[in-house]
Design a protein around this ligand. Sequence first.
Ligand SMILES: NC(=O)c1ccc[n+]([C@@H]2O[C@H](COP(=O)([O-])OP(=O)(O)OC[C@H]3O[C@@H](n4cnc5c(N)ncnc54)[C@H](OP(=O)(O)O)[C@@H]3O)[C@@H](O)[C@H]2O)c1
Length: 331
Amino acid sequence: MIDTFKIGIAGLGTVGCGVIEILQNHKDMIKARAGREIEIVAVSARSQKDRGIDMSAYDWCEKSAALADHEQIDCVVELMGGDDGPAKTLVQSTLESGKHVVTANKALLAHHGYDFAIIAEQQRAGIGYEAAIAGGIPVVKALREGLAANQITAISGILNGTCNYILSTMEDTGRDFDDVLAEAQSLGYAETPPDLDIDGIDAAHKLCLLSALGFGVKPDFDRLSIEGIRNVTAADIQTAKNKDQVIRLIGKATKEGAVMKPEYIPVSSPLAAIKSAQNAVLISADPVGDIFLTGAGAGRGPTASAVVADIIDLARGNIRPVFGISALNLK
Ligand SMILES: NC(=O)c1ccc[n+]([C@@H]2O[C@H](COP(=O)([O-])OP(=O)(O)OC[C@H]3O[C@@H](n4cnc5c(N)ncnc54)[C@H](OP(=O)(O)O)[C@@H]3O)[C@@H](O)[C@H]2O)c1
């Protein structure tokens, strides 16, 4: 009889609560898939408020860092966010103590993923981060496992739902950027302040990780060239339309480097058909050809779906090289 796989969750917001819901509501299915029970042992957040979910069976940790040293825990699920501070401390100390980590935190991995990968390899621990890139779309598994026999030649993607919502709504309605941004904020598609999204930073964090996975380079956020969408005007969108084109915030990675910027693309491109807050990734690889993945890049259910898939993977005993090859061989 294999032991129960025990997890601790730091961060009980949109994604954290979504993960608990899946684990509570689909216990038997998840046990069957993982080959053993997955049990939440402890949780942590800033405040112990009611979140509409029964968490009475879980230990409460006042400080998230306590999860790393928790004797019973096999895997810490970091869903707090932030590229430094408590999230970094927790992930680093969890890996140093030889436990696995699952995180949705692209900012953290884009800045510290290489160091974490080195520690994980030394400790034979796994890092699951499917949810960090394009939410519910299983692009990490596609690149790292499904396409392992291929030479990746290019990865292009629409990696930020807020920007895509704004650009495709400007295209459909002829309205100005500021007007559509305000609407996106009122609908909850855009944060206030919106800078991380509209300046292309959030999408670039994801592109940085895709580059590492596709081209065996160290994730190094400072190497990316980044331009957001705040200067795209209704006139630009009209100019594109006149040429049978659309404007999308496109991240493109090749072995030469990675660039995030608004681009004019022909309406015939599969990326042009991506509307509203959807995400998409186009992988060009040899010998398989083009693979196009599309779906929800964010939101409680889709993001939690990817987090739980990683937990199941680790419970099965699947520990992969974090960026597809040994961290020591990343260039
Ligand atoms: N939301 C999405 O659709 C989505 C999609 C892909 C990836 N992600 C990533 O998933 C992560 C979580 O996102 P989210 O949307 O769930 O965020 P969120 O709703 O803001 O929740 C964040 C949670 O972390 C807790 N927290 C924040 N700082 C903390 C600290 N210093 N110590 C302990 N707990 C702390 C908060 O506690 P309180 O509740 O007590 O304030 C809250 O429960 C982020 O890295 C984000 O980039 C999110």
